[in-house]
Design a protein around this ligand. Structure first.
Ligand code: HEC
Length: 129
């Protein structure tokens, strides 16, 4: 054990392990799972009508570049977008006096499911910064 344990992995086992890890196809640092991008794009561009969630593109822009007080979302870190949306009320929604477009984000964030948030975050993470 210890020092010699690596040598107990046979070449065949090593090949299997290598195939396993390359098959996981990890996304680049800061990006979300590629297989969520299509769903994320649909939510971003069209919203979730059934949940009264408007299209994100309506405010943040079709390319998520933002404008004036509306922040840019394109190229944002996957984990950052996920946390901000999932914990919106906890982190920013405390002040009921805040009005205007910023106030519009609270019901939007609160209406998104974890799966929808994950898809949106993945989509945004692949857009050009
Ligand atoms: C009515 C306009 C509007 C719509 C629609 C809208 N947003 Fe926003 N969003 C804003 C504004 C304004 C802010 C800035 C809020 C603040 O600074 O507190 C913001 C902030 C954000 C942030 C935080 C960005 C950062 O850098 O911290 C995220 C993430 C976000 N929006 C995602 C979305 C997603 C995803 C959707 C669609 C499901 C969406 N927004 C729809 C107006 C909008």
């Amino acid at each position: 054990m210890g020092i010699t344990s690596a040598h107990t992995v046979s070449p065949a086992m090593r090949a299997l392990l290598a195939a396993h890890f390359s098959g996981l196809d990890p996304p680049p640092i800061g990006r979300g799972p590629r297989d969520l991008v299509t769903t994320g794009r649909a939510i971003y561009q069209e919203g979730v009508p059934a949940a009264n969630v408007p299209a994100c593109s309506g405010c943040h822009g079709p390319e998520a570049n933002g404008r004036r007080e509306i922040p840019r979302l394109a190229g944002q870190l996957n984990s950052y977008t996920k946390i901000e949306l999932a914990e919106w009320s906890k982190k920013r929604g405390q002040n009921p006096l805040v009005e205007g477009p910023a106030a519009a984000m609270k019901p939007i964030a609160d209406s998104l499911s974890r799966a929808q948030i994950a898809a949106i975050a993945a989509y945004l993470s692949y857009l050009k910064k």
